[in-house]
Design a protein around this ligand. Sequence first.
Ligand code: NAD
Length: 250
Amino acid sequence: MSGQMEGLVAIVTGGASGIGAAIAAKLHDEGAQIGVLDRDTTGADERFAAFTADVSDRASVDAAVAGVAERFGRIDIVINNAGIGAQGDVSANDDDEWARVLSINVTGIARVTSAALPWLRKSPSAAVCNTASIASTTGLPQRALYSASKGAVSSLTRAMAADHLREGIRVNAVNPGTADTPWVGRLLDSAADPAAERAALQARQPHGRLVSPDEVAAAVLYLVSPASGSTTGTFIEVDGGMAALRLRSE
Ligand code: NAD
């Protein structure tokens, strides 16, 4: 560990589970203090300050972000990672479900970042990283609403990068492939034969296995660390080559 995040404070949404928990641990290992913002903080690592908040509710987001600032006196990094899935083609979800998923996966980023902006503007090391997905760049079957939400995360990432460039706030994203998290575990558990389903899922990945949350966290660490000081408005694919393969076969 290099201590490259020493003295910095990071908010990690969805930091109580899966990819968010791995990101929080990685940034903490590098010296950052962590405020986890999650609607269910029961699984949050006790090394982190945990704030119960729903990113689809502005009042709870504002209170949690204020709580992080009060606790640590600054906010330098925002990791917008909280997200939920949705299955089916474009006709599968009703208007309420479209509104709910977009409110969490897309508008949630706007709520959390807006609340943290006054603090980010004061930081000499300000950076934001959004968790998008391979669904933002490839046509995943039966994931219409989810893909729309993650495509919006990519567009929003570039727009935020442009808007806050001159303020010294960098904004990037990661596009994970299918990652080995509780979310995916729940999907596998709902199959008739979870072990067979897992084997089939692994076989569908270009590198023959699921992405590890720690691999995603390593990319996020790079994107919010001083090492990427000239990088903004872009994303890193952490997908075992899935996007490259799909683009090549088109
Ligand atoms: P997960 O379900 O294991 O963890 C998600 C966390 O977000 C949970 O702690 C949950 O409580 C929290 N959360 C959900 N909705 C919230 C809300 N409204 N407000 C606050 N917190 C909320 O999921 P994961 O697999 O770690 O996914 C994390 C992110 O990675 C998501 O944005 C997801 O779209 C993205 N992603 C996941 C995969 C994958 O295969 N697991 C692939 C690509 C992208």
